[in-house]
Design a protein around this ligand. Structure first.
Ligand SMILES: Nc1ncnc2c1ncn2[C@@H]1O[C@H](COP(=O)(O)OP(=O)(O)OP(=O)(O)O)[C@@H](O)[C@H]1O
Ligand SMILES: NC(=O)c1ccc[n+]([C@@H]2O[C@H](COP(=O)(O)O)[C@@H](O)[C@H]2O)c1
Ligand SMILES: [Zn+2]
Length: 262
């Protein structure tokens, strides 16, 4: 039996509105570099070209000091540097929520917090006829006024090395990965010496959810890394043009990473 729904779809129409996505980048940002900022641009372009979601904003969430990674400087400085880097950014904002917690939070919790928080803000915004003070909390989202009712999905934006850390024994719980990859979704940018497609192929769990993993080849390759920037600073070598000038100014002013003005 053929049931007619009465809905006529042309070849480029979808029955669902595009998913509204906020990209969340979690990491040390020790310090933030131009590549951290580039990742958002690369990911947004790619996802829009794929056509099934709209990236409405991005969030950078520096990790809590309790993460205890080697050479990790205080979150007070790391947060301040992200703030400076995003000063004039039109769609990505800093979240210091992670740093303000009592201890390190698992990434699953960080994603969940931001998704719940954003959806709650949008709900209030709709209920209050879109003119409430909450507008202030949402004003970093450029298109805040359009389509405020489709729920927001927070996807984890990362480099291929973070994806590959999923294979480090004991570092990520399978149930967390089920949640992060299976329910939320992952956006991975390629990085030198990594092969994210092969990594996904080798993992049963990731293969199960490969429809939720966007792997984006960055053709304009560069290997800026915070490690290399810290190393150069220690050696009094120039790191200009690898990170925002204001961030570099802050590093010199506070003599971070053993730096001396070059
Ligand atoms: N050059 C790059 N290409 C692709 N992804 C990157 C690049 N630099 C950083 N990332 C990604 O940005 C996120 C935050 O990274 P992180 O703060 O660890 O930067 P990093 O440069 O890798 O620093 P470190 O050298 O201290 O580990 C991670 O998902 C990481 O994979
Ligand atoms: N189980 C987990 O949720 C888990 C494990 C390891 C790292 N992480 C996160 O991944 C990011 C890794 O950052 P780095 O690449 O700077 O080490 C951090 O935000 C950290 O909190 C999460
Ligand atoms: Zn790293």
């Amino acid at each position: 039996m053929k049931i007619s729904t009465g809905i006529v779809l042309s070849s480029n129409m979808s029955p669902h509105p595009p998913t509204r996505v906020v990209l969340l980048s979690c990491g040390s940002f020790n310090p933030i570099t131009h590549m951290h900022l580039r990742m958002f641009e690369i990911a947004k372009d790619y996802l829009h070209k794929m056509g099934n979601c709209t990236v409405i904003g991005g969030i950078i969430s520096p990790v809590h000091d309790g993460y205890g990674k080697n050479e990790l400087i205080s979150s007070t400085h790391r947060v301040e540097m992200v703030k400076l880097a995003l000063q004039n950014h039109d769609w990505v904002k800093l979240s210091d929520w992670e740093c303000r917690q009592e201890s390190w939070s698992k990434t699953k919790q960080v994603i969940q917090y931001h998704q719940n928080h954003l959806n709650a803000l949008f709900n209030q915004y709709c209920e209050n006829d879109q003119c409430d003070v909450n507008e202030n909390e949402l004003k970093w989202i450029p298109d805040v006024k359009s389509d405020t009712r489709t729920p927001i999905k927070v996807k984890l934006l990362c480099g291929a090395d973070l994806l590959e850390s999923f294979g480090t024994p004991g570092l990520w719980a399978d149930e967390d990965l089920e949640e992060i990859v299976g329910r939320q979704g992952l956006v991975v940018v390629t990085r030198m010496n990594s092969n994210p497609s092969e990594f996904v192929y080798n993992s049963d769990l990731l293969t199960k959810y490969m429809g939720n993993i966007a792997i984006i080849t960055e053709w304009i390759t560069n290997e800026i890394s915070s490690t290399k920037i810290r190393r150069a600073l220690r050696r009094s070598e120039s790191v200009r043009y690898l990170l925002p000038d204001k961030v570099l100014e802050y590093i010199y002013k506070n003599c971070l990473y053993g730096s001396q003005r070059t």
